[in-house]
Ligand binder design. Structure first.
Ligand code: SF4
Ligand code: SF4
Ligand code: FES
Length: 287
């Protein structure tokens, strides 16, 4: 409760507080103070999420946001929790909402996004997801949706023996180990550009209003981009089942082309285009 009151106090003062500090300590642009406002929530202790404020000066604040989060964890608040792994924009685990836009903390250059006048960085977990702790969200449902599209190569000629998977229509398929190389022309391989780079960070899905309201049924931009990736892979032989699975009023057609997904993808991919292409394929198939 006290924390909440302190945070409300900071919320109301925001800029004034910073200006006050800058004047009081005679700070110039080289010795800037940056205010980090980070959502904290420990379900075992807190009644509801709250915002903790950290003031860092230039010596403490590091170029990449993830490094600064480590600094805060090591020096100011050891309880601060967040996910990270690669630190290179590859694993997607450090995705969070930074100053209102979903992004990766490890590739987010703080200096490029703030100025001396507006020295705030607001850090929240990805929106509309259950919080496990602080900036860590529960990704189980997202991964289950990903699993539901069978995100791997399916070859019919391998349906012979005892290694199995369940296809998108929930039919058990038995396959053998591949015996020959799955070759692909350069032209066909080129079709996968702009799709295979997806790191499943969920920045796009959690910025999509349709996904916020219907994530129990709508697959969301990230999973649909992945679906399209396997749909157009020239080596895959489960096209029909994949289409039958996707042609659903909720799974696919909840996308209303709002385009938030394109704006926030840290890999500069276009899930909305992939979704539009799936819809076009379905239209052609149903003619
Ligand atoms: S499409 Fe972009 S934002 Fe969406 S999951 Fe893939 S990399 Fe992340
Ligand atoms: S274009 Fe579709 S998937 Fe992308 S944000 Fe809008 S509704 Fe969501
Ligand atoms: S830590 Fe892997 S993408 Fe940021």
């Amino acid at each position: 409760m006290l924390n909440q009151k302190i945070n409300n106090f900071f919320d109301q003062l925001k800029l004034n507080k910073l200006n006050f500090l800058k004047t009081k300590f005679n700070l110039d642009e080289k010795n800037n103070i940056i205010c980090y406002r980070i959502l904290k929530y420990d379900p075992t202790r807190d009644e509801r999420p709250w915002v903790q404020v950290f003031f860092l000066n230039n010596n403490e604040h590091l170029p990449m946001l993830l490094d600064t989060l480590f600094y805060i964890k090591d020096n100011k608040d050891p309880s601060l929790s967040f996910r990270r792994s690669c630190r290179e924009g590859i694993c997607g685990s450090c995705a969070m909402n930074i100053n209102g836009v979903n992004n990766l903390a490890c590739t987010y250059k703080v200096d490029e996004h703030i100025s001396y006048i507006k020295s705030f960085v607001n850090i929240y977990p990805l929106p509309h997801m259950l919080i496990v702790k602080d900036l860590i969200i529960n990704m189980k449902h997202f991964y289950n949706q990903y699993k539901s599209i069978n995100p791997f190569l399916i070859k019919k000629y391998n349906i012979l023996s005892n290694i199995g998977y369940r296809n998108t229509l929930n039919v058990q398929i038995l396959v053998s180990r591949p015996t020959i190389e799955n070759i692909q022309t350069k032209k066909d391989r080129k079709l996968l550009d702009g799709l295979y780079e997806c790191i499943l960070c969920a920045c796009c899905s959690t910025s999509c209003p349709s996904y916020w309201w219907s994530s129990n049924k709508y697959l969301g931009p990230a999973v649909l981009l992945q679906s399209y990736r396997w749909l157009i892979d020239s080596r895959d032989e489960d096209f029909k089942n994949r289409i039958l699975f996707l042609d659903d009023i909720y799974k696919l057609h909840r996308c209303h082309t709002i385009l938030n997904c394109i704006r926030c993808c840290p890999k500069k991919l276009s899930p909305a285009t992939a979704i539009a292409n799936i819809k076009q394929i379905i239209n052609i198939c149903s003619i």
